[in-house]
Design a protein around this ligand. Structure first.
Ligand code: HAM
Length: 420
């Protein structure tokens, strides 16, 4: 192992690519900020119990993928594998649900950790931007979240994604379906592991990617046919609201999610250019999660979009985000006097909000101009002894190559007017 190698399943975000990641996070957050969601940040780790109870004891996430550890003080913690349980825990701890202002709408952005087999699009450390609307049962809230995710992807220029939609029923109808599905699965020729899964968490078997299993699942009972009237009406209304908003979706009666807390509305955003790790985001309603972690009944809904996979989706579609150069003005001092004068000037420029940088390290003209070019700056400020003796600096338009002498005292005003 090389000393400089990031741990397996992880990678670093470095310029210039890192700018795309920031822009993606921004683009996902913008519609949320615009719709009444407030920013929340929770710790990178929680008591392991929270995820065991929240995400589900029998899920892959909890049984195989969690970075769980015991601290020197004996606390049993886990790096967060997802955000929903943490955000709900934090909302309950701060009593946000008691302010009489439900739903509590929160958004977050951060790192998550799953000990998965790494491959393209699947990492052990990855980033999500997510949203949770806590404490209201209203189909318009489910619709809002789906519409906002669609808007986020579209604002990035993505087109080849699809929205898969399903309802997982509630505590009335799901148990009846679960029993029917179990009956069906018991009659199949499946391996020991799958048989065990069928007993603990039969809905997960529907999600088995193996063709041999999928073949046998034709004719399996579908939850759609078991939904109680309340769930049916609720789901129909979600569908109508999304349709009315002009957001296209596909009904996917076999969509089950990898986390146990879902009820009713569930959805996934898939991108067709990503191969096997095609889910760029997912979410749904989790009306029972609060009670599962020891809180009051708080019907809620949310989603999380994967930043890493969204970036891969942009690459797959050949979308280049229009990321403006971070530096507008680059100062090139030639000599000691110029160093002092130009350094003061870039400090002034920065104060008025103009992005400016400086040729550090005593570079010669050629090297410094190369750096100016690389910075993407629109203008270079070049000054030597002779310029300063005349009280001027050379302002070079890096696009046209045109160069004009301007008075040292006019630099800030001139650049402010040129850069608009
Ligand atoms: P999730 O489907 O497990 O849902 O993850 C959401 C998204 O995070 C995925 O669609 C994917 O883009 C990204 N993701 C997950 N695992 C990895 C990985 N190993 N490498 C790269 N990207 C990954 C949740 O986490 C739920 N908390 C979503 C939610 C919020 N449901 C309700 N509210």
């Amino acid at each position: 192992m090389s000393t400089f190698q990031a741990p397996k399943g992880t990678y670093d975000l470095i310029p210039p690519d890192s700018a795309t990641y920031l822009a993606v996070r921004e683009a996902i957050a913008a519609p949320l900020r615009n719709s009444g969601y407030g920013y929340i940040e929770t710790p990178g780790f929680e008591n392991v119990e929270l995820f065991a109870r929240g995400v589900g004891e029998s899920t892959d996430i909890v049984t195989k993928e969690m970075y769980a550890f015991e601290t020197k003080g004996g606390d049993k913690l886990a790096l967060r594998p997802e955000g929903t349980a943490s955000v709900l825990r934090a909302a309950l701890e701060a009593n946000l649900h008691k302010t009489g202002n439900l739903p509590v709408k929160l958004w977050y952005s951060g790192s998550y950790y799953r000990y998965e087999r790494p491959q393209k699009g699947r990492y052990r450390h990855f980033s999500q931007v997510g949203a949770e609307a806590i404490g209201a049962e209203d189909p318009a809230l489910d619709a809002e979240l789906i519409i906002l995710a669609d808007q986020a992807y579209r604002s990035l220029g993505l087109r080849n994604f699809r929205i898969l939609l399903n309802s997982l029923g509630d505590k009335e109808c799901r148990p009846v379906y679960r029993a029917a599905l179990q009956d069906f699965l018991r009659g199949l020729d499946i391996d020991e592991d799958t048989r065990r899964r069928a007993e603990i968490n039969p809905l997960r078997v529907l999600d088995d990617k193996r063709e041999s299993v999928q073949k046998q699942l034709t004719g399996a009972p579908l939850l759609r046919d078991y939904l109680c009237d309340a769930c049916k009406t609720y789901h129909e209304e979600v569908r109508e609201l999304i349709t009315a908003a002009g957001v296209a979706f596909e009904d996917d009666p076999k969509l089950v999610r990898g986390l146990d807390y879902y009820t009713r509305t569930t959805f996934e955003f898939v991108h067709d250019g990503l191969g096997s790790q095609s889910a760029v985001g997912g979410g749904g309603r989790y009306d029972g999660l609060s009670e599962m972690i020891g809180g009051p009944a708080l019907p809620s809904v949310g989603w999380a979009l994967g930043v890493d996979r969204t970036v891969l989706a942009l690459e797959a579609e050949g979308v280049e985000l229009d990321i403006p150069a971070s530096t507008s003005v680059y100062a090139v001092p030639l000599g000691e006097e110029a160093r002092r004068v130009l350094f003061a000037k870039i400090t002034e420029l920065r104060k008025v909000g103009i992005a400016a940088d400086f040729a550090y390290g005593g570079k010669g003209l050629k090297g410094a101009m190369k750096s100016a070019n690389r910075s993407g700056a629109r203008y270079a400020l070049v000054a030597g002894e002779r310029d300063l003796a005349e009280g001027v600096v050379q302002l070079k338009d890096m696009r046209s190559g045109e160069q004009t002498a301007i008075g040292v005292n006019e630099i800030v005003a001139e650049l402010e007017s040129r850069l608009g």
